[in-house]
Design a binder for this molecule. Structure first.
Ligand SMILES: Cc1ncc(C[n+]2csc(CCOP(=O)(O)OP(=O)(O)O)c2C)c(N)n1
Ligand code: SF4
Ligand SMILES: [Mg+2]
Length: 311
């Protein structure tokens, strides 16, 4: 286990342990769905027994990106769309730490879309939460990759001409091994899905519907929602890619028709993560890379060699 990790030390963890002493009150607008992500994440981490010093939260830029200011853990507020490469590097260097990456729909499906695709393809072991409010919230409501066709905003006064991104289908095609959708209006389901995502060994993508009452009044359409696992109208095997693809497609069609489906869509529990693959190939050491710097003179000498080489 990593020198940076206190896992298995028998410490009792409470959701409130994830509330920072500095800046504990989020500056999000009243009624913002982002509060639900924060609360669900705190509860989920407590439920799996992780303590703040065992978690790294890497966020992108946006209202969603403020998450790590309000969540007590190691944190990295990265660049727009760049939470995933930071999260990947951290997990590879210290596999003992629980890594969560988070950002908005613009951040993850737009500017960071390439990172999303390839992090899913490589099955990096982490949870990726996309706050999907169908707008650029922080920059005052411009249309985003998930805004519905025809959505009017300051940047698209005549309405968006493009079809929206299909986040679930995209995650599946790219290779994510766990895919779910939940909504801010369903806090219990959100917490349960986050627990499953944290416990999953591989890339767990959660499309989290978060209403933005300030810039996207349409978001009220997220209520009511249907949990596909609780409904008799839907039945599918989450380990079956074809069945998952079909129900994802239906879910994404219905969202913009006013019917909100949520739940677990896909899970491949057998696929090794990228870190496991690299370790089995011997390309990265079994022990956390980060610990080498605390070991003996070896790594320091090697670093000095490298510096000499590039003088
Ligand atoms: C490279 C870059 N381009 C543009 C911006 C400006 N910018 C900041 S946040 C944002 C959009 C955020 O939207 P989203 O990712 O959906 O997050 P939300 O605020 O809705 O949570 C943009 C365009 C930036 N910070 N960096
Ligand atoms: S602008 Fe929208 S997304 Fe941003 S804090 Fe306000 S309600 Fe939330
Ligand atoms: Mg957004």
């Amino acid at each position: 286990m990593s020198a940076f990790s206190a896992i298995d030390q028998g410490v009792e963890i409470d959701a409130n342990d994830f509330t920072p002493q500095q800046e504990p009150q989020p500056t999000w607008c009243p009624g913002c769905g982002d509060f639900a992500v924060l609360n669900a994440l705190k509860k989920a981490m407590a439920e799996v027994g992780r303590s703040p010093d065992e978690v790294l939260l890497a966020t992108g830029i946006g209202c969603s990106g403020k998450l790590n200011s309000y969540f007590e853990s190691y944190g990295f507020h990265t660049l727009h769309g760049r939470s995933l490469p930071v999260a990947r590097a951290a997990k590879l260097a210290n596999p003992g730490i629980e890594v969560v990456a988070a950002g908005g729909d613009g951040d993850g499906y737009g500017i960071g879309g390439n990172h999303f695709t390839h992090t899913a393809r490589e099955n990096h072991d982490m949870v990726y939460i996309v706050f999907n409010n169908e707008v650029f919230g922080l920059t005052k409501g411009q249309s985003s990759p998930t805004s519905p066709k025809g959505h009017k905003s300051k940047t698209q006064p005549s309405g968006v001409a493009k079809d929206p991104v299909r986040p679930l289908t995209l995650g599946l095609a790219a290779g994510a091994s766990f895919i779910a959708r939940t909504a801010a209006v369903n806090p219990n389901q959100a917490k349960e899905i986050l627990v499953e995502a944290i416990e999953h060994d591989g890339f767990a993508h959660i499309d989290f519907l978060t209403q933005c009452p300030t810039w996207n009044k349409e978001a009220r359409a997220y209520v009511p929602y249907t949990d596909i696992q609780d409904s008799d109208d839907f039945e599918h095997d989450v380990s079956d890619r074809r069945e998952a693809a079909e129900i994802m497609w239906e879910t994404e069609e219905k969202l913009y028709e006013g019917e909100v489906l949520t739940g677990r869509y896909y899970r491949d529990a057998d696929r090794p993560s990228y870190g496991e693959e690299k370790r089995s190939l011997g390309e990265i050491p079994e022990e956390p890379l980060a610990e080498r710097y605390f070991d003996d003179e070896y790594e320091w000498e090697r670093s000095a060699d490298l510096l000499d080489r590039y003088k």
